[in-house]
Design a protein around this ligand. Structure first.
Ligand SMILES: NC(=O)c1ccc[n+]([C@@H]2O[C@H](COP(=O)([O-])OP(=O)(O)OC[C@H]3O[C@@H](n4cnc5c(N)ncnc54)[C@H](OP(=O)(O)O)[C@@H]3O)[C@@H](O)[C@H]2O)c1
Length: 325
């Protein structure tokens, strides 16, 4: 099978199209023929080996896993002999167990892994782009943020993969949502149901005297110190990325009157928890309550161009890659 591999850290110059042996499913695994995947900022970080802290997971001096790709959709083309939950021909969307391996034509996944059946009317591209945003935004808002109906929630990076889902999920939980994005994305973000939009190029939300119960920085552009005065007394600052300043506030957060900074590594959650979340996400997508935004679609051969686009940091929603189509 074809796979996009890398043997050392770098950027697109280290990506190679390789011929690898097609994997064979173990007794408790399914073999998925991948029809779509994505390129995300996580793939870019793993490709570059930066920030360096990521190398604790990806390998100190060279990458442990040679195939990137954190999410996918496709069709089951072989199953292990003890598999009962799935059958040949089922179409699934998935987040692979070790957060890698989807930039290939085939992948083996454990039967009990973080995947679910696609709905009949979804495209592979739409299905492939669900996991990164939804399996990150949901645990952040619900578990780390303890979101409640009526909360005032500010989402930074509302036009990104995680941000577009976070806006919609926060509305689903009954929150009053303020989205922070650039002027060109205001219309899109409004279409996702946000109550208010702040164009960060025109206005600094930390100066508007408004207090939020949750500030969710989906892109790691701010820090707790900067946002602290914009939080309510027991407000929570959530960030998908961690830096030294935020780490200090996370450790000593209670010193500031109950306001807290929270980081979570949502990709490291147990598959069983992710499966439960995928059921809710699937329901919301199927009944039109959660839209998955696609920025651009590339072919497998154009994947390096996709990396270049994602690395610029301006994608709107998700960048998908079509494979085997
Ligand atoms: N902790 C975890 O478990 C976890 C899991 C998954 C991902 N992550 C991390 O989450 C981060 C975000 O991922 P993502 O895929 O959602 O990002 P993304 O889609 O690449 O987000 C980019 C979006 O942010 C907007 N943006 C840029 N600067 C902004 C600013 N100052 N204020 C508001 N919006 C701004 C961009 O539009 P404009 O440039 O036009 O404004 C663009 O639409 C990555 O760093 C990733 O590594 C963490």
């Amino acid at each position: 099978m074809q796979a996009i591999t890398y043997q050392k850290y770098g950027f697109t110059e280290v990506l190679t199209t390789s011929q690898l042996a097609q994997p064979t499913p173990k007794d408790d695994e399914i073999l998925v023929k991948i029809f779509a995947t994505t390129v995300t900022p996580v793939d870019v970080a793993f490709l570059k080996g930066k920030p360096y802290i990521a190398r604790l997971f990806t390998g100190l001096f060279k990458p442990k896993n040679k195939v990137l790709g954190t999410e996918l959709s496709g069709e089951i083309v072989a199953i292990g002999k003890s598999v009962t939950k799935y059958k040949l021909g089922d179409c699934v969307f998935a987040s692979p167990a070790d957060g890698n391996g989807a930039h290939a034509e085939y992948i083996c996944l454990p039967e009990d892994g973080a995947q679910a059946l696609m709905a009949d009317d979804w495209t592979y591209e739409q299905a492939a782009a669900i996991c990164n945003g939804a399996l990150t935004a949901l645990p952040f808002l619900r578990d780390a943020g303890n979101i409640k109906a009526g909360d005032k929630v500010l989402i930074i990076g509302a036009s990104g993969s995680i941000g577009t889902v976070a806006v919609q999920l926060a509305k689903h939980f009954g929150a009053k949502v303020t989205a922070v994005c650039s002027g060109k994305n205001v219309e899109l973000v409004e279409s996702l149901g946000t109550d208010e939009v702040i164009d960060y190029k025109q206005q600094d939300f930390t100066q508007n005297q408004v207090k939020y119960d949750i500030i969710f920085d989906t892109i790691g552009n701010s820090n707790f110190h900067k946002c602290r005065n914009s939080l309510t007394h027991k407000g929570r600052y959530l960030s998908t990325t961690i830096d030294f300043s935020n780490l200090l506030f996370m450790l000593f957060g209670n010193m500031w009157g109950g306001k807290q900074a929270v980081f979570a590594a949502t990709g490291l959650r147990k598959a069983a928890e992710q499966i439960v979340d995928l059921a809710l996400i699937k329901k919301l997508v199927s009944n039109g309550k959660l839209k998955i935004i696609i920025d651009r679609a590339y072919s497998f051969e154009q994947i390096a161009d996709a990396y270049v686009h994602v690395d610029k940091g301006h994608k709107v929603g998700n960048v998908v890659i079509s494979i085997n189509q």
